[in-house]
Design a protein around this ligand. Structure first.
Ligand code: AMP
Ligand code: ZN
Length: 133
């Protein structure tokens, strides 16, 4: 997509700090990291959402997510969070599918989301809407 910032990075029209590259996938440092080493893993083909990418390509991208996580854990941090912001309502700003790999350190202070409860009957109601089989 011509006006997509990540497509421009993939085509080398914009610079990036490249962590890993192969035929289908690019990983590079997030320019505004949650913690240093925060990386983004993107398919080279433009898809906005995880529902749209062909499964075989998604599998290749996920294997790169695994590689980046392994490198972060071996060389930089004690663990990491994976995050995919899928849709603007979920915080997706760049409309090109990307996995965040966020290095974590003891006491780094990063807070994850708050959690709720199901009122009586609600879990069954929701489950009936989304269950697959
Ligand atoms: P999201 O909110 O999931 O769409 O995340 C987009 C991420 O892309 C943000 O964390 C930004 O800091 C990051 N970002 C935006 N522009 C660039 C860029 N030119 N190079 C690296 N990371 C970028
Ligand atoms: Zn793109």
């Amino acid at each position: 997509m011509s006006d997509c910032i990540f497509c421009k990075i993939i085509k080398k029209e914009l610079p990036s700090y490249k962590v890993y590259e192969d035929e289908n996938t690019l990983a590079f440092l997030d320019i505004a990291p949650v913690n240093h080493g925060h990386s983004l893993v993107v398919p080279k083909e433009h898809y906005q959402h995880i529902e749209e990418i062909p499964p075989e390509l998604l599998a290749k991208v996920i294997l790169v997510v695994q590689k980046v996580g392994q490198s972060i854990k071996k060389n930089l941090a004690s663990g990491y969070n994976l995050q995919l912001n899928n849709d603007s309502v979920a915080g997706q700003v760049v409309p090109h599918l990307h996995f965040h790999v966020i290095p974590r350190h003891e006491g780094d202070g990063l807070k994850l989301w708050s959690q709720a409860e199901y009122p009586e009957g609600k879990a069954e109601e929701v489950l009936n809407k989304i269950k697959i089989n």
